[in-house]
Design a protein around this ligand. Structure first.
Ligand SMILES: NC(=O)c1ccc[n+]([C@@H]2O[C@H](COP(=O)([O-])OP(=O)(O)OC[C@H]3O[C@@H](n4cnc5c(N)ncnc54)[C@H](O)[C@@H]3O)[C@@H](O)[C@H]2O)c1
Length: 335
């Protein structure tokens, strides 16, 4: 691997991955292709060396063709990624997540480029709250939301391109990420920034929905491991065995946040849940651990959460300009 195309590299996980590669393999040249939608931020790449930034869309065939001809590997993060938006604006999710992936796959076949596709555990749907089931690589696809359906479609396409065209591809399905540079529309950064602004932390529904959390740096090290040693045609589930319900995450935040909030009281408000919300995600990362020897480093969730709170408290200039718009959009949804 000498030249890497990173789609969506100005988003949350993409920019963390670019930083990870830059730190661990400085000899690799990276091209970031990002449309800089509301979720992308060029400032996420400030100070990173060995990166060429291209402002454009994965749905632009000519642009994708020319970039693909210059690289030997692509890691495909670019997506519309927010479940709540997918409910009100599903079309853009299919244009980006499905049609954009199609354009990338065709160009990757043309230039015989190694392809790694980033996906989500949400393709498997959910399990009951009292279940102990964990998703594995052989769990059936049962997406419940428009976002998950679009990601499921893209996973199927990658597998079809491996079988039909001999594309050298792998897939990783990851659980919920947290850490620096995550857009403040998402649950944990929204909760932190609400508290820092003196607004109530919003908790969806009864707060009992369970998510399986992984620190974004662990997600990046897993992708890196797959690029080095993953087997072509294989899928790897990436998780850190950290299932916690949302109310519990909020309780931890209530304990961590006071030192950053001065006199402001931290309050919590229950808001209506999103339509069709999944109850519980849990995934089994055995395969990547056993086959590739990958291990999560951030196994203490509370510590990772404290570091994340500290990051948002110290990077107010990164998020405060967007805060009113994000809260206005949620208010329109009654959340
Ligand atoms: N965040 C999570 O917890 C999580 C968990 C599992 C999987 N994933 C997957 O990881 C990937 C990255 O997620 P994220 O949380 O970093 O998302 P994000 O929304 O923070 O970033 C997405 C990036 O893609 C860019 N983008 C959107 N449309 C584009 C287009 N047409 N062309 C080029 N760039 C475009 C955006 O500008 C943004 O920079 C996604 O594929 C998502 O499905 C995310």
């Amino acid at each position: 691997m000498h030249t890497l195309l990173v789609t969506g590299g100005a988003g949350f996980i993409g920019s963390n991955f670019v930083r990870y590669v830059s730190a661990h393999a400085p000899h690799i040249r990276m091209i970031v292709l990002d449309a800089l939608t509301y979720a992308g931020n060029i400032a996420n790449l400030d100070g990173v060396k060995n990166v060429e930034f291209v402002h454009g869309s994965i749905t632009d065939e000519k642009l994708v063709d020319s970039l693909m001809s210059r690289v030997d590997t692509v890691v495909h993060f670019a997506a519309e990624s927010h479940n709540d938006r997918a409910i009100t604006q599903p079309r853009i999710f299919f244009e980006t997540n499905v049609m954009g992936t199609l354009i990338l796959l065709q160009a990757a076949v043309k230039y015989d480029v190694r392809f790694h596709h980033i996906s989500t555990d949400e393709v498997f749907g959910d399990t009951a709250l009292d279940s102990t089931e964990k998703f594995t690589e052989s769990s059936s696809y049962k997406p419940s939301s428009p976002y998950a359906a679009s990601k499921a479609a893209s996973d199927h396409m990658v597998r079809a391109w491996v079988r039909t065209y001999g594309l050298r591809a792998t897939i990783s399905n990851c659980s919920n990420n947290y850490g620096p540079f995550q857009h403040i529309e998402k649950f944990i950064p929204r909760a932190i920034t609400n508290a820092l602004c003196g607004l109530p932390i919003k908790l969806y529904g009864d707060g009992l929905a369970v998510r399986d959390w992984i620190h974004v740096e662990d997600q990046c090290s897993a992708i890196w491991e797959i690029l080095q040693n993953g087997h072509i045609g294989q899928t790897y589930l990436v998780g850190a065995n950290c299932t916690i319900n949302n109310a519990h995450v909020v309780n931890m935040l209530e304990e961590i946040l006071p030192q950053y909030c001065g006199e402001q009281k931290i309050t919590v408000e229950h808001v209506r849940d999103r339509l069709g919300a999944d109850r519980r995600y849990a995934l089994d990362p055995h395969k990547i651990v056993e086959e590739l020897g990958w291990k999560a480093k951030h196994t203490d969730f509370r510590k990772g959460l404290s570091q994340t709170v500290e990051w948002y408290a110290n990077h107010q200039d990164w998020w405060e300009a967007y805060k009113p718009d994000v809260e206005r959009s949620y208010a329109n949804l009654g959340q």
